[in-house]
Design a protein. Structure first.
Ligand code: AMP
Length: 294
């Protein structure tokens, strides 16, 4: 039993095995309750909690999952140093009135000889898919497993990871998984920086520079909205602006169809502006909708 299970034996039940998760959920099903699922990797912040609140609005019982999924990290990425603090997460989940925490160990999710990968084409090409080979395979596989394990009515994901959200909607449709996938808007710090568990990696100086990223994204989105035929030119200008405000590297800055993620040369249908940058050693992603011109 972990420290948090001892501290909060009844306030937040914690299960670590699929069989126990299903045992809890079947009890609720027998009472006629609906189930909402919120998958996370822990190190919870207000962005995660907003997903939980959205799930609460749509379902009777909310299950949060915490699993730092090794298969979605590349060999040179931050799997081992990814922030983990289950005791702090449990406090936040109790405050947010989560009904159940599912926090399986790696061996529960990937038993010996695990051999299956869910690979989604099309929407995973480009953007983060280009820089992080295998990442979306890992996410699609683990999210498929979590959905099959819990069989919720609704599952809530953040628009912060927009490509991931579109991919999840796509494979849930393609594989006929009986769940409603809901997106929730990005929760931001007071200065506009999108909340992320990885923001703790930023030094004070890097954090000060990071806040320029959402500001440049918003400026660019308005620019494109006002001059819908000059997308490439507006992006070029914004790339220079990012360099000027101290962003070390722009990995991508692209306008994509909001539903299909198809690249767009002109703003002629609902669109999303997506970006990835690097500050020091930290990679940050963010995205905003492009507003319709008045
Ligand atoms: P993570 O723990 O980073 O894997 O994220 C778990 C879920 O929380 C995903 O659906 C993310 O898109 C979502 N999420 C992360 N950051 C935010 C944020 N700032 N606002 C809203 N949702 C978020």
């Amino acid at each position: 039993m972990t420290k948090s299970e001892k501290q909060h034996p009844t306030l937040l039940p914690i299960v670590r095995a699929v069989s126990d998760l299903r045992g809890e959920i079947i009890k609720w099903r027998n009472e006629g309750r609906t189930i909402g699922l919120v998958p996370t990797m822990g190190a919870l912040h207000d962005g995660h909690i907003s997903l939980l609140q959205e799930a609460r609005r749509r379902a009777d019982k909310v299950v949060t999952t915490i699993f730092v999924n090794p298969t979605q990290f590349g060999p040179n990425e931050d799997f081992t140093k990814y922030p983990r603090d289950e005791a702090a997460d449990v406090e936040k989940l109790i405050a947010a009135k989560c009904d159940l925490l599912y926090a399986p160990p790696v061996t529960e999710m990937y038993p010996p000889n695990f051999s299956t990968t869910v690979r989604v084409g099309d929407v995973t090409e480009g953007l983060c898919g280009a820089a992080r080979p295998g990442h979306f395979d890992g996410v699609a596989t683990v999210v498929t497993k979590l959905l099959m394990q819990a069989l919720p009515d609704v599952a809530v994901f953040g628009e912060k990871d927009y490509q991931q959200f579109v991919m999840i909607k796509r494979f849930v449709r393609d594989l006929d998984i009986p769940v409603e996938v809901v997106g929730a808007p990005t929760v931001r710090e007071h200065d506009g920086l999108a909340m992320s568990s990885r923001n703790v990696y930023l030094s004070e100086d890097e954090r000060a520079r990071a806040k320029q990223f959402p500001w440049v994204l918003n400026t660019l989105a308005i620019d494109i909205s006002l001059r819908p035929n000059d997308v490439a030119q507006a992006i070029e200008k914004a790339q220079k602006l990012l360099a000027d405000v101290g962003i070390d590297r722009v990995e991508y800055l692209e306008v994509r169809d909001a539903a299909t993620l198809e690249p767009m040369e002109a703003f002629d249908r609902p669109a999303r502006l997506l970006g990835a940058i690097q500050i020091g050693k930290t990679r940050l992603i963010d995205n905003v909708p492009i507003p319709e011109a008045e």
